[in-house]
Design a protein around this ligand. Structure first.
Ligand SMILES: Cc1cc2nc3c(=O)[nH]c(=O)nc-3n(C[C@H](O)[C@H](O)[C@H](O)COP(=O)(O)O)c2cc1C
Length: 182
């Protein structure tokens, strides 16, 4: 059966570079796969009391969506050398109720994107730490650090750098092979 990939973008910004890079990368996926951008901006901040007493409908919708995915691609900006709170919140919501994490055992890969030269390295590895605990086997190589992103995208949001395009193709191929192992 064809696998479905959940795409999570850790930025809510309209003109998000992460979103633009994600839109470029999903075009490279083999057509036998389906994908869905899973929205995370409307999830209330995780609070166990609310989850136990009166779980918001958006939590169950989000969790159902995660359940329908076989693998995940994460695109993260770096905020103060870590991942944005909105992405951490989504990880937390999906990880509960305890013992029923929607992430458990599903393969993943990470792309960090920044206008800066360090390419979101800190966020990339903080996210990797979370995915380790969530038992998500995460692609090791090629690592995907996209820095100086303003120089890589053209005015239409397409990747214009040949080197970056080649790396993206290599990355997607490796991710496809990776998720087929699980
Ligand atoms: C609160 C905040 C903290 C930030 N911290 C970092 C940082 O640690 N490293 C970095 O490379 N960029 C940092 N930035 C700049 C982001 O990389 C930049 O805003 C980027 O465009 C965010 O990704 P997006 O375009 O997908 O929204 C920060 C931005 C914000 C709003």
């Amino acid at each position: 059966m064809s696998k479905k990939i959940g795409i999570l973008v850790g930025s809510l910004r309209r003109e998000s570079f992460n979103k633009k890079i994600a839109e470029n990368l999903v075009q490279l996926l083999d057509k036998k796969y389906s994908y869905e951008f899973v929205q995370i901006g409307d999830l209330p901040l995780y609070n166990e009391d609310i989850d136990h007493d009166n779980p918001p409908k958006v939590y169950s919708t989000f969790r159902d969506k995660l359940s329908s995915c076989d693998a995940f691609l994460f695109f993260t900006p770096e905020y103060n050398r870590s991942i944005p709170a909105v992405l951490k919140n989504a990880l937390d919501v999906g990880s509960r109720p305890y013992g029923n994490s929607k992430w458990d055992g599903k393969p993943a890969a990470i792309v960090s994107v920044s206008p800066g030269a360090i390419s979101g390295f800190g966020a990339n590895h903080h996210l990797r730490q979370c995915l380790t605990f969530l038992n998500m086997p995460t692609l090791q190589q090629p690592e995907m650090y996209i820095g100086n992103v303003t120089q890589i995208l053209d005015d239409d949001g397409k990747i214009k750098s040949e080197n970056t395009n080649e790396l993206c193709k290599k990355f997607i191929k490796a991710f496809e092979g990776w998720m087929e192992m699980f």
